[in-house]
Design a protein around this ligand. Structure first.
Ligand code: ADP
Length: 212
């Protein structure tokens, strides 16, 4: 968020003269304190200034970029993730397309027994299958999906920034949120507990902008 010229001026005064009281800042700007209050509140809420009782305002030493950066690394995937939409490996392409429309998602996660991750099917995978002239009522998604261990995943504890970086680096739309689990046959795998997609990132982006 950009600061107004007056907020920049206040920040400059506090940087040079802090600790400084609100009254003194108002005096320096030839304004009354009530006029300045919203600016001082905002600068304090943003973390750029610190208000010390009986002392006045001091500059926190943190730039706006540092604060935004810290916030992005603080938010965890688990706080913004969506409900996963899963299908079984033998689901036919036709039904997978219907599920995508009904659930309003662009990525389906393919799971086996115990909800363990087996693969991912995206819109393009389904379009490719449709163009291939296959019988979409018979072709199972297991044949066209991107299969484990080639699926990029995330965990609820990972930072949104790290997960978003994986999405950008590998040019995919969504990551299954997983946790280690054991299947019915005793084999180790990854249980799908959520969905982290570009939509979650966009939503957080808007939210952070509104709150700043
Ligand atoms: P779209 O098909 O809508 O462009 P993606 O960019 O997510 O969606 O998918 C592109 C390809 O990457 C597809 O073949 C898909 O199977 C695969 N893919 C999608 N998500 C993942 C993921 N999390 N890990 C690995 N591969 C993925």
């Amino acid at each position: 968020m950009e600061l107004t010229p007056r907020q920049e001026t206040i920040l400059g005064i506090v940087k040079r003269e802090g600790p400084i009281t609100g009254d003194r800042i108002a005096e320096r700007l030839s304004l009354n304190k009530a006029t300045l209050r919203p600016d001082l509140t905002l600068l304090t809420m943003m973390g750029l200034l610190e208000a010390r009782p009986r002392v006045g305002y001091i500059y926190s030493g943190k730039s706006l970029d540092q604060l935004i950066n810290r916030r992005l690394h603080q938010v965890r995937v688990g706080e913004v993730q969506s409900v996963p939409v899963v299908v079984a490996e033998n689901t036919v392409v036709y039904d997978a397309v219907v599920t995508m429309f009904l659930e309003d998602v662009g990525t389906l996660f393919v799971v086996g027994e115990g909800g363990l991750l087996e693969g991912v099917v995206s819109r393009k995978d389904l379009l490719k299958a449709a163009l291939g002239g296959h019988d979409l009522h018979r072709l199972p998604v297991g044949v066209i999906m991107t299969r484990m261990p080639n699926v990029f995943t995330t965990t609820p504890e990972e930072s949104v920034w790290a997960a978003a970086k994986r999405i950008v680096t590998h040019e995919v739309d969504a990551l299954p949120v997983v946790q280690p689990a054991t299947g019915p046959d005793g084999a180790c795998g990854l249980k799908v507990t959520g969905r982290f997609s570009k939509t979650n990132i966009a939503r957080l982006f808007v939210e952070l902008g509104e709150r700043a």
